[in-house]
Design a protein. Sequence first.
Length: 124
Amino acid sequence: MSTFEIEATNSTPSVTYKNDGKLIIKGRSFPENVDEFYKAVFDLLEEINTRVMIVDIDLEYINSASSKKILYLLKTLDKNPQITDLTVIWRYEEDDEDILESGQIYEEFLMKARFQYSEHKQAA
């Protein structure tokens, strides 16, 4: 597999994977059809063949339907026997307790993933 990229819109995040074991999801996630949007991402997961995986998530807003998809995405990676080292970098804006808490809840559902939380300043 080579490069995989979905550009961000006003309601969907950018998703990037460049065969280096790093999946980046960034932006806002409240697509009109969450199943349709995330289908391409789940198709990507079926093709990933790596031992070390980093998932870098920086979502400024996530609706409940997207939240379920992100959790399922992380669970899928967590259960993949080929991935022996899974790190999730969970980025959130300072004082955004909801996004931070979402990451903490996801962490409780995963067995082998290590979470790193990274707070950053709000965009101007």
